[in-house]
Design a binder for this molecule. Structure first.
Ligand code: HEC
Length: 97
């Protein structure tokens, strides 16, 4: 894949993830867990253009991602930026990204 294409897809990922994760994460930070799995499933369909739960695709597999260190799927080739981010994925870091 050309680097420009990769960067564009990464920007798209960041924007989509920020829009669809940050808002519910913010809502849940202000109160008890109040997730809506039906709505979440619908939102996640957009992510499945590049991700799946158990297989690496254009993006890394997602099973167990909450609570996991960023860039820690061993057989996925991450960007240097994510490898050096030292993030752990939780509600706050999803909201920040
Ligand atoms: C256009 C393709 C694309 C879409 C759509 C996409 N992603 Fe991604 N995602 C990627 C790529 C590529 C990476 C790896 C980025 C890197 O190495 O810097 C990634 C990485 C991630 C990571 C980091 C995983 C890890 O192991 O550290 C998370 C979390 C993530 N995406 C969540 C989402 C969510 C949630 C959605 C939907 C709201 C989404 N992505 C939609 C391409 C995409």
């Amino acid at each position: 894949m050309k680097r420009d294409t990769f960067v564009n897809r990464l920007v798209a990922c960041t924007l989509i993830a920020a829009a669809s994760i940050a808002m519910p994460a913010l809502a849940s930070l202000s109160g008890p867990l109040n997730g809506d799995p039906v709505h979440g499933k619908a939102l996640y369909q957009g992510c499945q253009a590049c991700h799946s739960i158990d297989e690496n695709d254009l993006g890394p597999r997602h099973r167990g991602v909450v609570g996991r260190r960023a860039a820690s799927v061993a057989d996925y080739s991450y960007s240097a930026a994510l490898k050096n981010s030292h993030l752990t994925w939780d509600e706050l870091t999803f909201w920040m990204t």
